[in-house]
Design a protein. Structure first.
Lengths: 116, 172
């Protein structure tokens, strides 16, 4: 009777080990499935993979800002220049807190002076 | 005898684990590679860049947009696609085009619309103002603006709205 009891205790212990192992395997699997599904959702170029589309990678700066600055520099009237600068700043200041506006402005100024 | 039974049970267990792990791997691969890359945002930006370059490039306005007197030419509106080298054709004869471009020219001071033109499928336009949770199933819109100066020293604010639909190809 004692031997039978000992054997069943051993069996319970062994079964428990496998049950725990199975649970761990399942949890890891679910975690990885969930992870890969989350990663799959980042396959939106532009929203997530910014390095591919950022203006710094492609053209160094925003093409529309460059055009506006070119217009600003080609103006002859100071009043018009001031008014336009205010408008450009109001559009781009919120857009680019990193100072891309100032950087692009410097670049365009150099380009414009060379062109002249 | 009982040992053999136990071994059999363990073999069945291992087989079950193998099946579970294999199914898990298939699910993982499917959930990652099954999703397509959504490039519509970039596509609409490229479209807007191309249209902007067509209208105003290197500080010069397209000579076909304005008359020498500085008046907008109506035939630019009619031949917009041809003059800006745009091609919105898609595979399939009866498939509606998934693109839409709208260009508006505003006067500098009072922001009145002086001229506007649009091409493509304008059914996507309401998607731009829609604020729903599952926005990936809607068309991607991009609105850009810049200032241009004409030969007669007039300044215009140019607003370009570019939309790419392709909801079936990019989302599921």
């Amino acid at each position: 009777m004692k031997i039978l009891f000992k054997n069943s205790r051993g069996q319970i212990g062994e079964t428990l080990t496998w049950v725990v192992a199975t649970i761990i395997i399942l949890v890891i699997l679910i975690f990885f499935i969930f992870g890969s599904s989350l990663l799959g959702k980042t396959k939106s170029v532009g929203t997530f993979r910014e390095s591919l589309t950022s203006s710094k990678t492609t053209l160094n700066s925003d093409i529309f800002l460059r055009k506006s600055l070119f217009t600003y520099l080609s103006l002859t009237s100071n009043d018009q220049k001031q008014a336009l600068e205010k408008k450009i700043v109001s559009i781009y200041w919120d857009k680019d807190p990193d100072g891309e506006y100032n950087q692009t402005r410097k670049e365009i100024l150099i380009m414009y002076n060379k062109k002249r | 005898m009982s040992n053999k039974k136990g071994e059999k049970l363990i073999s069945v267990y291992w087989f079950a684990i193998l099946v579970i792990v294999a199914t898990g791997i298939v699910l993982m691969v499917n959930s990652f590679y099954g999703k397509t890359y959504d490039v519509r945002d970039v596509e609409s930006k490229i479209l807007a860049d191309k249209v902007a370059d067509c209208i105003y490039f290197g500080g010069k306005v397209n000579s076909l947009l304005l008359t020498p007197q500085g008046v907008f030419r109506e035939d630019f509106r009619d031949r917009f696609m041809e003059l800006c080298s745009l091609n919105f054709d898609v595979k399939g004869e009866f498939t509606p085009t998934p693109y839409y471009v709208e260009v508006q020219f505003f006067s500098f001071g009072d922001l009145r619309v002086m001229f506007e033109t649009s091409v493509g499928n304008n059914n996507f336009k309401p998607d731009c103002n829609s604020k729903v949770e599952n926005a990936e199933k809607l068309a991607k819109c991009n609105e850009n603006q810049f200032y241009m100066k004409t030969n007669s020293n007039k300044i215009y604010l140019v607003k370009i709205l570019s939309i790419v639909g392709k909801t079936d190809e990019n989302t599921f």
